[in-house]
Structures are given as structure tokens and as C-alpha cells.
Design a protein around this ligand. Structure first.
Ligand code: GRF
Length: 197
């Protein structure tokens, strides 16, 4: 199993995946960000596929093809999104169907989208959480692999709440990815046995 990680932000989730010794073969970022140094420090090849626009003229399809090309060049089997700030188009889901995993800072299907933590606070929920799920073309909508609840505490700001959720994500996400790696290895071993019989 060869994992490619897509990241954009401070890269603390990426760091947790790197620290978990998962078989990560590349990190792809869409802008200059702290994730680049984290990957370099871990000795993992980084590709910056910079967006040329954040406006209405952004060519999402062409951008998606560039990401797919990079994933293919690194012979990636499983794509792990770690705070990647660009919604990718259909070609990546066609090429990696059921092989793209994401972590979302809320209990899906509640609070989809980029502002999940603010939205949970604004709604006044007492419990939110972390969801690891397969990513599909519909954003934050794919089959759920794991979830864990996180309490919203009196006086929470978006920052304090997000940090409490991220502490869970940094544990839960590597666990789920390792589970997928082990399942894939077991399937490969079964295929080998069947081939030899
Ligand atoms: C995480 O909460 C993840 O669920 C969301 O973006 C955040 C990334 O955090 N999609 P970091 O940049 O890795 O600290």
C-alpha cells in the first residue's frame, strides 16, 4: 500500500500521519504552507501543485488532472486528505474510487464544509467530534469509517474547540489508515495464495 497525502494548512494532522510510520510515499500541497517543511523533515518527497487562482476563473478540472498525474507518478494506491484546501473534481474520484480518505472536524452528516467548527459553535451543540470517511465527489459525504465525539465546553472559541477535535483526529486518523493498510496487505496475501494454488 502506497499512501499519498494532500495537505494545505499547518500540517499537524499530516505530522500525526508521518509520526505513525504509515507507508507515505508523497505529500502534495496546493500552496506554500508548513506541511512542506514537515514532509521534508520526514524525508518524504513533496510536490507543490500551486493553484494559479482562488477566484471564479480557477480551472478545477485542469488542476485535478495535475494532482492525478502526480499521484500516478508516485504510484499511489490510497489518497489521504489532511486539511487540503482545494475541492477536487471528478477525475480524481474516477481514478481513485473508494481510495480517498478524509478527516472532518465534526460528526458528519452534521456541519459539512470548511467552517464545521464555527458552525457547530454557532448552533450551540454540546457535542461535536471527528469523522474519518471515504471522500466522494459530493463534499463531506462519503461512507463513514470512524467517528468519535468531542464535548463543546463553556467558553470554547473556535480555536479551543478545533484544537480539542484535532487531538482526536491525530489519534483516530492514523488508526483508521493503518487498518486500511492491514486489510489491503491481507487481501494481497490471499490473492498470492490463490495464485499459487
Ligand atoms: C483538520 O481539522 C481537518 O479535519 C480539517 O482541516 C484541519 C487540518 O488541520 N479538514 P492541520 O492544518 O493539519 O492542523
Amino acid at each position: 500500500m502506497r499512501i499519498g497525502i494532500l495537505a494545505s494548512g499547518t500540517g499537524t494532522i499530516l505530522q500525526a500521519l508521518l509520526d505513525a510510520d504509515l507507508p507515505v510515499v508523497t505529500v502534495i500541497v496546493d500552496r506554500p504552507c508548513a506541511a512542506v517543511e514537515r514532509a521534508e523533515r520526514a524525508g518524504v518527497p513533496v510536490e507543490t501543485i500551486a493553484r494559479d487562482s482562488f477566484g471564479a476563473d480557477f480551472d478545477r478540472l485542469a488542476y485535478t488532472h495535475r494532482v492525478v498525474d502526480a499521484l500516478e507518478r508516485h504510484e499511489v494506491d490510497l489518497v489521504a486528505m489532511a486539511g487540503f484546501g482545494t475541492i477536487l473534481d471528478k477525475p480524481v474520484h474516477d481514478r481513485f474510487a473508494n481510495r480517498i480518505v478524509n478527516t472532518h472536524p465534526a460528526l458528519l452528516p452534521s456541519f459539512k464544509g470548511w467552517h464545521a467548527v464555527d458552525d457547530a459553535l454557532a448552533a450551540g451543540v454540546k457535542v461535536t467530534g471527528s469523522t474519518v470517511h471515504y471522500a466522494t465527489l459530493e463534499v463531506d459525504d462519503g461512507p463513514i469509517l470512524a467517528q468519535e465525539a468531542v464535548p463543546v465546553l463553556p467558553g470554547d472559541t473556535a480555536e479551543t474547540l478545533h484544537e480539542r477535535i484535532k487531538a482526536v483526529e491525530r489519534r483516530l486518523y492514523p488508526e483508521v489508515l493503518w487498518q486500511l493498510v492491514r486489510e489491503s496487505d491481507a487481501n494481497d496475501a490471499n490473492d498470492d495464495k490463490a495464485g499459487k494454488a
